[in-house]
Design a protein around this ligand. Sequence first.
Ligand code: SF4
Length: 232
Amino acid sequence: MNDSFDRLRREVVACVRCPRLVRYRERVAVEKKREFRAETYWGRGVPGFGDPSARLVAVGLAPAAHGSNRTGRVFTGDRSAAFLVRGFHAAGLANQPTSTHGGDGLRYTDLYLTAAVRCAPPDNRPSPSERSNCMPYLDRELRLLTNARAILALGGFAWDALRDAVPTVYGVERPSTPFAHGACAPLGPGRPLLWASYHPSPQNTNTGKLTHAMFVGLLERIRASYSESSSS
Ligand code: SF4
């Protein structure tokens, strides 16, 4: 297949493979949250966003009902996005520290963002079959991201999805490394490193389980890993 980011984007936006998620994303888009009632919700699958030549790829769980299911851009318009993009900006990967809506001028440099599941799930919990339905999009996206040197899982769900994608995408054994903040799994010569961070959800960031300093520190470690290997 002659794949491309454009083709992938079109397919994700039109996808109706998961009936439960399609019903949920569309219902949320009609009912809306009170503070966003004047807005038109996206209510469809949310494609990846960022620099297609990126060396760092970050992978989240799934769109938030009133975050990217509303705005149509991954990690945009909710508190997880606010935490994450402030961190990316501090690490020099984003041109601004906020991600509020599609036309806000946000640009990533050397960074691409996506998610393991592309439609908002009830309670942020996709079922195993919904995850399986969406995995081919992640596989294809990783294959298109040919410059990737590091892939950062944002949370345990994305970590497991990425480990499952490894044999198909990179042709090597699934890493056995358990999820932990700062965990790193090498995939062998010429392949990216897998890294893990706690998810930037308010449950973690409001309790201090994941702080801004921890997140930026991890981004700096990750960037150093491929900057060192590029210069050696
Ligand atoms: S979650 Fe993925 S596979 Fe399921 S409907 Fe959305 S885009 Fe399609």
